[in-house]
Structure formats: structure tokens, C-alpha cells
Design a protein around this ligand. Structure first.
Ligand SMILES: Nc1ncnc2c1ncn2[C@@H]1O[C@H](COP(=O)(O)OP(=O)(O)OP(=O)(O)O)[C@@H](O)[C@H]1O
Length: 145
């Protein structure tokens, strides 16, 4: 029987083969969720970018709740905010993998890291645009009342 290393630990190369895995059971799904949650917690604690993203996300959610916006506005805000956080997680993952696998300076690695950072920037610009379009009119309405 293979020891379960738990979230935050990783299988050795011989365990990490390309065999077709059996359908995950309930506890296997719980383990997958625990690994993902561990990754989220680690990224938030180690990346100062999240110290900007998360307060903004909380503020947007608070304003939307306070204004009691319609469901479609909630959907837009949740998707836009989720995309920024997801892009930041992928960017964090790429940065950390590069630091382990290729810590030496390489122009191609630089381009790859820049592209990953650009993905975060693009989603952030999109999220700001969505925020203005979805929260702007209800905020204006509230100020006019
Ligand atoms: N190994 C490398 N080779 C070439 N360029 C690199 C390399 N590592 C970093 N860079 C350049 O430095 C930039 C910043 O990379 P880095 O991984 O330090 O991002 P950061 O967001 O500043 O990291 P941190 O999370 O440590 O604050 C990259 O976008 C890239 O242009």
C-alpha cells in the first residue's frame, strides 16, 4: 500500500507515472480538494500580490452586497474576480516551478514569466472594467437618490 503523504506533499517520480487512474472515490475527491486548498493557502501566504487582489475582491463583494445588485451583476463580478485569482495562482505556480527547475537567468524563461504576469494584468484590467460597468450604474443610482 502506498503511504498517503497528505496535502502539500508530492508523490515520488515512480509513483507519478502516466497510468490511467481508477475513478476517484469520495475520499479521493476530498484529498484533491485538500491539495487544492493547501495550494491556495500557500499562494496567498507567500505571494504579496494576493494582499492587493484579496482586499479588492472583498471590497467589491461588500459593495455588491450593500447595493443588493441583481443576479447577473453578481455573476459578472464573481467570474471576473475568480479569473484574476486563478491567473495569479497559475502565475505563482509558474514562478515557483521556474525557481526550482531553472533558477539561472534565461531570456526565454524571462519571456515566459513576463507572459504569465501579463495574463494576470489582462484579467485584472478586465475585472476593473467589469466592476465599473456592473457597479457603476447602481452606485450612481444610490448617489442620485
Ligand atoms: N530565470 C529567469 N530568467 C530570465 N528572467 C527572469 C528569470 N527569473 C525572473 N526573471 C524576470 O524577472 C521578472 C520577475 O520575476 P519574478 O519571478 O521575480 O517575479 P515576481 O513577481 O517579482 O516574484 P516574487 O513572487 O518573488 O515577488 C520576470 O517577469 C522576468 O522578466
Amino acid at each position: 500500500m502506498i503511504d498517503d503523504p497528505g496535502p502539500g506533499s508530492h508523490p515520488s517520480p515512480d509513483q507519478d507515472s502516466c497510468q490511467v487512474e481508477p475513478r476517484p472515490s469520495g475520499s479521493a475527491w476530498a484529498r484533491k480538494f485538500a491539495f487544492a486548498l493547501a495550494g491556495l493557502i500557500y499562494a496567498v501566504r507567500s505571494q504579496n500580490s494576493f494582499w492587493i487582489h484579496l482586499p479588492i475582491a472583498v471590497a467589491v463583494i461588500a459593495v455588491a452586497a450593500w447595493l443588493q445588485v441583481e443576479a447577473w451583476r453578481w455573476c459578472m463580478l464573481v467570474v471576473a474576480t475568480g479569473m484574476v485569482i486563478a491567473a495569479e495562482l497559475v502565475n505563482t505556480s509558474i514562478e515557483m516551478i521556474v525557481k526550482v527547475l531553472h533558477p539561472d537567468h534565461d531570456v526565454r524563461i524571462g519571456h515566459a514569466l513576463d507572459a504569465a504576469a501579463a495574463a494576470v494584468l489582462v484579467t485584472a484590467i478586465g475585472a476593473v472594467t467589469v466592476g465599473l460597468i456592473t457597479l457603476g450604474p447602481p452606485l450612481y443610482q444610490w448617489m442620485s437618490d
